[in-house]
Design a binder for this molecule. Structure first.
Ligand code: TXA
Ligand code: MG
Length: 333
């Protein structure tokens, strides 16, 4: 691992976790492994450091960031109110792939929340993220460690390939176990709403709360994951249900394009078309989705046809990400 951030401490730490903590304290940017995707982390109380996240990602300032905490005991320092529903979800799912949007504590910087009166909070479970957050002590603002609009990184290699020297330190925690972003639930306006399906199935959340958690479509595009086009590879993406993949392919074959199909193992594809296999279960598809979208570009395909999984469990999040990967690209900043 290459350390490019100049550490001013007398003794340079050698343990990767200590280095990451030191870089955060100095106002630098750390690629932090989490169980969902790698985050581009900065001290959430350091305005300049947080501004650098936006600069490096090329992300509009109005799009808020998630603050990562070591455990739920820090909630009171970041949220002005912790409703009962939040307490239930925290008890059931933290640490884990669930982000809660709550009314923000006055101390939370506007640069983190995009000037909104709410803040998104999450306690990740990855052991290295846990170690860094505990040793650091404060909150860590971290979007996914990719350029705005592109596919999120699920390995340290992806981060290095995307961000190069723009990130001061990359902490390698191996491949992300869940493989797509946390589920985001808004509890700041009374009835719970699903802002982004993700690594925790909404059915699980509804089971704990005992009420439905309907998706909320935002007309004000203020959250990157809510943009129509996002999580996109360079190649064109077409969607298919399992039964109409051959019809889709029929329309693309003969156009001279190099075509890949993203589909479960065993799917039959015509000669001249490559099959990029994904596991048949939704959690397996989620874990390999972003890696597979990267392979589409790395292997030089012009276009891929992705077969959507059923929408139960993590299938909902996989479908959401594939829809955004396939959306018209002119929405992108
Ligand atoms: O799994 C994850 O959530 C990863 C890892 C690194 O923790 N992080 C992540 O961050 O996906 P990012 O910036 O790519 O997505 C953050 C999302 C935004 O798309 C937005 O939907 C939501 O967090 N968000 C943040 N603050 C919010 C707020 N105050 N109100 C509504 N949504 C907010
Ligand atoms: Mg992101």
């Amino acid at each position: 691992m290459l350390l490019v951030y100049p550490i001013s401490a007398m003794a340079t730490p050698t343990d990767p976790v200590d280095i990451a903590v030191e870089v955060l304290r100095e106002g630098g940017l750390v690629a932090l492994p989490t169980e969902t995707v790698y985050g581009l982390a900065a001290d959430a109380d350091n305005e300049l450091a947080v501004r650098r996240i936006f600069a490096v990602k090329g992300r509009p300032q109005s799009h808020p960031l998630i603050v990562h905490l070591p455990d739920a005991s820090a909630l009171g320092a970041w949220a002005a109110e912790v409703p009962d529903a939040a307490k239930k979800l925290v008890a059931a799912f933290w640490p884990g792939p669930l982000t809660l949007v709550l009314k923000k504590h006055p101390r939370v910087l506007d640069v983190v929340t995009g000037g909104q009166d709410t803040v998104a909070l999450r306690v990740p479970s990855h052991p290295l993220a846990q170690k860094v957050l505990r040793a650091f002590g404060g909150g860590v603002a971290a979007p996914s460690a990719n350029r705005f609009g592109r596919v999120s990184p699920t390995t340290a290699e992806h981060v290095r390939a995307d961000l190069g020297d723009d990130v001061d330190y990359v902490l390698d925690g191996g491949p992300a176990q869940i493989g797509l972003e946390s589920t985001i639930v808004d509890l700041s306006r009374g009835a719970p709403a699903l802002l982004r399906p993700g690594g925790l199935a909404v059915e699980e959340i509804e089971r704990v709360l005992g009420v439905p958690v309907p998706p909320r479509a935002s007309t004000e595009v203020r959250a990157p994951g809510m943009l129509a086009s996002h999580y996109a590879p360079r190649a064109g993406v077409w969607l298919a249900e399992a039964y109409d993949v051959h019809q889709r392919l029929g329309a693309l074959m003969g156009t001279g394009q190099k075509i890949a199909v993203i589909a479960p193992r065993g799917t039959q594809v015509p000669a001249g078309v490559a099959l990029l296999e994904v596991p048949t279960d939704a959690a397996g598809f989620a874990r390999t989705l972003y890696r597979t979208l990267r392979e589409v570009d790395e292997q030089g395909f012009d276009v891929c046809v992705a077969v959507l999984p059923p929408s139960e469990g993590l299938g909902l999040a996989v479908r959401d990400r594939l829809r955004r990967a396939a959306a018209p690209r002119d929405f992108q900043a």
